[in-house]
Ligand binder design. Sequence first.
Ligand SMILES: [Zn+2]
Length: 130
Amino acid sequence: MTTPGPPIEADAATAPFFAAAARDELLLLRCKGCGAWHPPEVTTCCGPLEWVAAAGRGIVVTWALVHTAPHPDFADAVPFRTAIVELTEGPWLQVRLTAAGEPAAGSPVRITFAHPAEGASYPVGVLEGP
Ligand SMILES: [Zn+2]
């Protein structure tokens, strides 16, 4: 699956996350000190953070229909839906919704992955159920 947008370049901090995305696997950070789960952008907690496989499921917290391309590479993609998804483990993740259907708060979402020709693979959301 590919979706439009500018290529994503992983850096040292995000390389494990995007390498896992290339394998269709969602990683989150978990604190070895308190066991709390964190989204990929978190850098600190009370103990060391480790990358751990997540279930790849969640629910819509909120969503928006994007009408204006936020980057020229999205020009052919608008309008598209973007959502904040509360993952089963607790962290929130912002993803584009790729499937048809009308999202609502609480709608179940399954995380899949886009594998663009250029740049890193990344997670996207698919609405599940009615
Ligand atoms: Zn902690």
